[in-house]
Design a binder for this molecule. Sequence first.
Ligand code: SF4
Length: 367
Amino acid sequence: MKYLSEYRSPELAEALLKEIRQSVTKDWNIMEVCGGQTHSLVKNGILNMLPQNIQMIHGPGCPVCVTPVSLIDKAVHLAMDHDVILCSYGDMIRVPGSGMSLLEAKARGADVRILYSPLEAVKIAKENPGKEVVFFAVGFETTAPANALSVIHAKRERVKNYSILASHVLVPPAIEEVMNDELSNVNGFLGAGHVCAIMGIYEYYPLVEKYKVPIVITGFEPVDLLEGILMTVKQLEAGEAKVENQYARIVKEEGNTKAQQTIYEVFEVTDRLWRGMEVIPMSGYKVKAAYRDFDAEKKFNIHIEEAPENPECIAGEIMKGIKKPFECQHFGKKCKPVSPLGAPMVSNEGACAAYYHYSGIAEQVEA
Ligand code: SF4
């Protein structure tokens, strides 16, 4: 297929659905790792079209959702107390911290700016030599190359008033965390296509070997998702567990090696705290010592007490697939996109926001 529209073809989708119905004989729980996949599944009504013995479980692949409260607090602290120009991707500024969100900080006079690229933040730093500029560098492996590149660019251009507040997280350790949870009942995974476009596929072979679960690297359009589900079901029904690549038009076995080199020039792997979960060993990136002048945590010597997560929000259970958004007592009531209690209701990739906007359940809850 050549055109995007073909990946949205109702005829192709129906043919794949028919094949899924014919292939499945047992109950299977399949986790789509990426929040973009969750939104596409809910928005396109795919969850309701699948046979009842296939349950899609929504995974932890929403970068905004997994960023811990303490990191939001650090960003707010920088914006409010250090008078920096705090630059961020859009979704992050609405995520509640323990005290306030970046949006509330902006309303109180902090200079918080929404950008589409960290390179814009380097430009702002050049234009404002008397101010410190910090980019809130969150995300999975997908956004890490651009954030690393901004640091390399700033160093090369001798921009000394630019730094990043980095909190990158990695997909393979998150899959391990899901599989190690005793409440988890995931039988197979749709791997996150965009992450694998950068990192390749090789990291998934040891997981398949260790946990004996199929992992099918999958895209985001309806036909991609249905094909990924079909490939997973076929493996499960055959008692197989291997890595397959549904998204081969984008994902190469080795990934984007140039992007990987850029990441490893600036970042190194470290333990990371995930929102609603524990610290997951070796599950994120931190800025290497060679680039410490561009590491906002070091530059501003930030020491903030770890604030607890909002106890009313069950984001951890949602992101590990243990509960569905509508099983949260606050879904559509106390927690809505205009007044979110937790990050999964804020982000474009959050499971709670997907169900709120597209599933029709929110209307029933609110009625
Ligand atoms: S509905 Fe709101 S409070 Fe409940 S888990 Fe989702 S974000 Fe948290």
